[in-house]
Design a protein around this ligand. Sequence first.
Ligand code: ZN
Length: 499
Amino acid sequence: MQRHDHSHFLIDLLAIKLLAVEDQVARVRCSDFPSDAPRKLCDLIAQSAKQLRLQLPRIKTEEDDAAKRSQARMCLMFAKEMLASVRFAQRARTENTPWSIVPAFEAYVRGLVHEPHFLVLRPKWTHTYEIIAGFTGRCRGVLRAFLDDEEVESVLKDALLNDGHSPEPLPEICVISFPRLERMNPLSHCLFGHEIGHVLCAPWLARSAGIKERIRADLALKVGAEYHDAPESERVEQFDLAVAVCEQGVSELAADLTCALLFGPATLFAIYEYCALMELDELPTAENSYYPPWRYRLRVIQAFLNQGASSECESELQARFPEAHVAMHEWLQVIADLVADECDRHRLLNPPTDSSNTLRTIAMVYSYVEDHMGAIESLVRENVPAAYCYAGRASAVCTVVDRLDRLIPPNEMRKGDNHAPLSIESILNGAWIFKLWRLNSQTAALRFAQERGLAVRLSNDAAQAGAEAHRVGLAVLNRLVVKAIEASFEHHCYLEAHR
Ligand SMILES: [Zn+2]
């Protein structure tokens, strides 16, 4: 009789768990999704789980006990990770997403990123936008421990390719999370641009031109000089900290700048509104994953947008919608005043003389980042393929403002004798200007609701009536903008198909 053995027990258990993963995925896969991407994620998970399960009998017969345990452990970690990843697809079901604009955003991302990507959009109850990329690469890495390269690529192809897709390179899958409360708030979804910025910036931050190596070499010198009389272990610790703070800082700032290039001034307004709910001046710490302070980020974005500012669009907006023009500038001034107070920057760059080494290192890193901000901006400009020229879209932006004010979804504009679809960027910029003008406060929203006959629940309490009008006005705006993005995308697809 065979003796009981922990490795065998684990492997049998794994077979059951991997079957359970496949079963879960199959059930989620039957759901209704707004695009193909969540189903592709399901297929990738199911295929990977199945391949690992098929390896288990061989692992069980492995003679070397240490190798057997290490392979079983790898399968276990991967099974756990895969099972946790099913939630991304499960939450990307149609009813959880701004489903009607998902295809438009997917197409927008496909136009920006060189390698093919499937984009899964899913809500998150925490109030945060974030991206998790590289699912295909992760599965490839694990499967290669068990199968040869050709077999791995064949498994991935089965999962990811549709008929007619070119197999090279295989698509990556990335998941962008958005705050559940903002599901139907497309103006806030300008922040997808920041997350896409992480995808666009990752290659140059990680590989090309040896930037990562150069940063590490520069920081090694700086840490060496700052802590020359400290013990070696302290220097190593501060160097590791400097690299972590610098890489996260540069990555976040570069993603912000990318968003600013993609969506123009709408980026600034979306980030301003988003970070209004945050602590503005929180220094980078391990707890916040070394994020730069929000006020610092707003300052960097506003300075960057000011470099490309032009009065061309301004004058058309000023002539056609003078009140909207004034409102937009009032809000730009609010943000300018906010960032003019450099308390965050002062705390970052000038730690007290008796402060901890952590604060000294963070100050050193940010002084280095500031010295190289021009280079970061240039790299972002070089690597973002589709900068939005806000200044050149005066007519489109004004069309959006005009239609929204008449409660019409702005999906196209006259171009000569034809009607051309509006771009997602112009819709979002026009929508933001409209919001800053007509729905920037409860008083403004009440006036708008009364003028446009919006159904607002009556209340004797003036504050409650204002809040209700604000809520209704913003909900109407969001629906108009969602409709506009959907319809302009359909129009664009129609033109492409009939060219
Ligand atoms: Zn980020």
